[in-house]
Write a protein that binds this ligand. Structure first.
Ligand SMILES: [Zn+2]
Length: 296
């Protein structure tokens, strides 16, 4: 499992010119800090060609994912055994370890339940719906009315915003946690020229496209030293890996071209997010810039 400390605030880490956390920027509402850059930009378009790190990251990821899939297939073939899955009402369902997923269990009960389930809990730990069960376990299928499910929903939405931000700004993503009734994502930019609320339509349209594409959220456990190679372009992610990850491996999640250091879990695919609206951009103007986009 991934190191739990990965979720600690990236913006509390001080790197280069970004001396203060982006949370403070968010709390400020960005009104003052955005003053000098808002208003006169014509808005952004998606970068073409995309940032080079996206391709490099995907190439390494594809190789690791193929190795991982082969290992899982081998494990499913060799080590799979009948297991018992206990539901909250006490009903026990037969399943197979390393093969049966929570989503499949939900489908067996009803397609409606499967469609409306946001996230699973296995032995009280939140668990991706498409992640195979590993042993006898208890299983809860959480809908949006559950607080943990809401956090997963907002957090998954943050990946969509992060993907759009990379494709539009090409900066280094820092941290994108759920907050009450929403989420934000910080990005470190080499410069903040032209960043403004005028960019929101472009970002929101790209988010809509990402949602329409139903990009699956893929989970992959990777060795720390390989992750340092994967995220060598992003000093924030490297700093998390070096200072906060104390286990030999941790997890990344992929949706579309975005691969993010994250312990998960997430909704099954980006199409599960109904809509998102960006409400503010906050900028910390230093030598360079740390941008925070908030959505509710
Ligand atoms: Zn995540």
């Amino acid at each position: 499992m991934a190191d739990q400390t990965v979720v600690e605030r990236m913006s509390e880490l001080q790197v280069d010119g970004s001396k203060k956390g982006a949370k403070e920027n968010g709390k400020d509402g960005g009104k003052k800090k955005n003053k000098n850059v808002a208003g006169d930009s014509a808005g952004k378009t998606e970068l073409s060609p995309p940032p080079q790190y996206i391709d490099e990251r995907l190439t390494l990821y594809a190789k690791l994912k193929a190795e991982h899939d082969a290992l899982i297939a081998e494990r499913a073939a060799k080590d799979s055994k009948p297991i018992k899955v206990t539901l909250p009402d006490g009903k026990v369902v037969d399943a197979e370890s390393w093969k049966t997923t929570p989503y499949q269990v939900a489908c067996e009960i009803s397609q409606g339940l499967a469609d409306n389930t946001v996230i699973a809990k296995v032995n009280d730990d939140v668990w991706d719906l498409d992640r195979p069960l590993e042993d006898d376990c208890s299983l809860q299928l959480l809908k949006f009315d559950d607080e943990d499910a809401q956090a997963v929903y907002w957090h998954s939405s943050a990946h969509i915003l992060g993907e759009a931000m990379e494709r539009v700004y090409g900066g280094c993503l820092c941290y994108g946690p759920p907050i009450e009734n929403g989420f934000y994502y910080d990005m470190f930019l080499d410069n903040n020229e032209g960043v403004s609320s005028n960019d929101f339509p472009c970002l929101e349209n790209l988010c809509k496209k990402i949602i329409k594409e139903k990009q699956p959220f893929e989970r992959l456990e990777i060795k720390k030293e390989t992750l340092l190679e994967m995220f060598k372009y992003n000093k924030f992610k490297c700093r998390i890996l070096n200072e906060k990850v104390t286990t030999p491996t941790t997890t990344v999640y992929r949706c579309g071209p975005l691969i993010d250091l994250c312990r998960g879990p997430h909704v099954r695919h980006t199409g599960k997010i109904k809509t998102l609206k960006i409400h503010k951009v906050s900028l910390k103007k230093t030598k360079k810039a740390c941008m925070t986009l908030c959505c509710y």
